[in-house]
Design a binder for this molecule. Structure first.
Ligand code: ADP
Length: 600
């Protein structure tokens, strides 16, 4: 039972972990992650970046994408005047444009401090900005994000990407951050990246989980170009410049904070920058921690329902479920991303399985005790009923003896009757106790070897006085030299019982025959009589405790109705069975079939 229980729990664990790797598990984990991310925004702080966006209104105002470079140049000049910390431009500048506009843009870029330009990954390698623009930039960064393969939602960006032959580029936001902080190189360790005094945990694939901030300021190109006050909102900030126009921007992605509207790539970069700038990074718990949590959940559920029962167990199970659900949330508030699905699913499955297991076991025990109670009540009823007859006889006779002066022969007769009735009472009690012990499994089965011939002879000797009284002939036919293994005393009880039944339920002057045969590894021992016999219906019930046929009761010989049930139990305990053939009025033949060896 223990093995089955714990294997079922192990199966729960395996199932939960396996499903956590399927799209279903992934989708649930993603949803929980998004929810926790929104629930735990980074602490409110003034943003260190701002957006200059080319939206639809701006495009209309400047005359379309073709005229972008000139207008961008003008805006950059104005931004440069506001002294930003750095400027990252997420606009492809790989192709030649209008010569005048390109020159204008180049001049503006030259005046832009800490400029980062974007490069694009193509199958052949990185597509860099035109050399004239490139040389004005302090760095070139890639502008890719990493949408989730399951739901295409962008939760993280690769801080580094490799194209072609190990040609690496840092992310646009990372380069902008490095320049804004005045740091030299990005220092790499297997575990993380160091930019100045900031250490960014980035182990697997150098991915950064973006913590989206609610308060990013965005200025459109059109607003930036409008004559008026200087663009002080960019002072000291890192400016991310990009196209957000619904018609022109292709890189728009769903994010955990999207609310149905995809977010333009440039905005995602600004959020990534804020994540770097605020220095609170989300790290993934190691996979082993998840497995350990699942294991703990399964073990706890198992132990709870194994050692505790009833409502405290259910309360503890509910507590375990609550913990399994709360742990990812608690860890998230400490910046650790812990998978939700696998531990929670393990907890649910394990609690479900162990609770039903307990329910099942408890019910089975209850049923068993109820059956036992019923059996006991029936036995007690029977015993009290059966005992009444001999007791009344004893009571009445002893009263007679005490009250009247009886003649000697009458006294002797009554005394004999009292003696035989009390003996009957004693045997009834002994038999009753034997059955109870045997069915309760309290009776120890000895394992000794004994010859079947000796058992038969001893039993025949014991029953011969009773047979003689009825002038019944006991015929002992050939009994093979077979050796049985088990409890000799119990086997004697069985054979003796069959013999006394045969004699009890046979008329006087008939024959009771005992015969044996060894057939392969089993012995067939027959006790056949020429007695009252039984019909089919009666045959089916004679092994039921306390059952007696009507005919047997009428014969006045019927005993307790327990004997055969004991015989059957003894035989099955010895690995054998009992067969009966009988016809009313023609006699019965009881055959014990027992595993035996030839005594050679
Ligand atoms: P009992 O003490 O009443 O003999 P058993 O359990 O030994 O109890 O037998 C159950 C009943 O089976 C008997 O009461 C009788 O009706 C029937 N029975 C057993 N053996 C024989 C037999 N050899 N011939 C006819 N009926 C028998």
């Amino acid at each position: 039972m223990i093995l089955g229980y714990w294997s079922a729990l192990a199966a729960c664990l395996l199932l939960a972990v396996a499903v956590s790797f399927t799209p279903l598990g992934g989708a649930i984990d993603n949803n929980v992650y998004d929810w926790l991310l929104r629930l735990n925004p980074p602490p409110a702080a003034a943003p260190q970046s701002a957006l200059l966006v080319v939206d639809d209104a701006s495009l209309t105002a400047i005359g379309g994408m073709r005229r972008l470079r000139g207008s961008l140049a003008q805006a950059l000049e104005r931004i440069a005047a506001a002294r930003p910390a750095a400027v990252a431009i997420d606009i492809q500048l790989a192709d030649e444009g209008d010569a005048a506009e390109d020159a204008q843009l180049e001049a503006a870029l030259a005046r832009t401090p800490n400029l980062v330009l974007a490069c694009d990954m193509t199958p052949g390698g990185w597509q860099e900005p035109l050399a004239r623009f490139r040389k004005r930039a302090a760095a070139v960064g890639h502008a890719h994000s990493r949408p989730d393969s399951l739901d295409m939602v962008t939760r993280q960006i690769p801080l580094m990407k490799v194209a072609g032959q190990f040609d690496r580029r840092w992310a646009l936001s990372l380069e902008a951050f490095r320049l804004a902080r005045g740091a030299g190189h990005v220092v790499e360790t297997p575990e993380d990246l160091e930019i100045g005094r900031t250490t960014v945990p980035a182990r697997d694939g150098r991915l950064l989980r973006v913590r989206f901030v609610p308060e990013l300021e965005s200025v459109s190109l059109r607003q930036a170009l409008a004559p008026g006050a200087p663009l002080t909102q960019f002072t000291g900030k890192t400016v991310f410049v990009g196209v957000t126009s619904q018609t022109a921007a292709q890189d728009r992605w769903m994010t955990p904070v999207s609310n149905g509207l995809p977010m333009p790539g440039v905005e995602i970069h600004a959020h990534a920058f804020e994540t770097l700038a605020r220095g609170r990074f989300l790290t993934d718990a190691p996979a082993t921690a998840m497995l350990v949590a699942c294991l703990l959940a399964a073990l706890t559920a198992g132990a709870v329902f194994w050692y505790i029962s009833g409502w405290p167990a259910y309360a503890a199970g509910a507590g375990l479920l609550a913990v399994a659900h709360a742990v990812p949330a608690l860890l998230f508030s400490r910046d650790i991303v812990f998978p939700f699905f696998a531990p929670a699913a393990t907890a649910w499955l394990a609690v479900g399985v162990s609770a039903s297991y307990q329910h099942f076991v408890v019910r089975r025990l209850l049923r068993k005790t109820e059956i036992e109670k019923g059996r006991y009540q029936q036995a007690i009823r029977f015993v009290t009923h059966e005992m009444r007859t001999p007791l009344t006889a004893i009571q009445g006779s002893s009263e007679l003896m005490g009250r009247y002066n009886l003649p000697e022969d009458k006294r002797k007769q009554i005394a004999e009757m009292i003696h035989s009735e009390s003996k009957r009472l004693a045997s009834m009690i002994r038999t009753f106790l034997d059955v109870e012990k045997l069915s309760a499994g309290q009776m120890e089965l000895k394992r000794e070897r004994f010859g079947v011939g000796e058992v038969v002879d001893l039993c025949l000797l014991r029953v011969s006085p009773v047979a003689e009284k009825k002038r019944i002939v006991l015929e002992r036919l050939e009994i093979p030299e077979a050796v049985l293994t088990g409890d000799r005393e119990l086997m004697e009880y069985a054979v003796y019982n069959l013999l006394t039944n045969a004699i009890k339920y046979s008329p006087a002057e008939t024959t009771v025959r005992v015969a044996g045969a060894l057939d392969g590894g089993s012995l067939r021992l027959e006790v056949a009589d020429q007695g009252i016999g039984m019909d089919e219906k009666e045959l089916k019930r004679i092994f039921t405790k306390f059952y007696r046929t009507k005919k047997a009761e009428a014969s006045g010989e019927a005993g307790t109705g327990i004997g055969l049930s004991i015989v059957e139990q003894i035989v099955t305990h010895h690995g054998g069975r009992i067969e009966v053939a009988s016809q009313p009025g023609k006699g019965s033949c009881f055959t014990l079939v027992l595993p035996a060896m030839h005594n050679s």
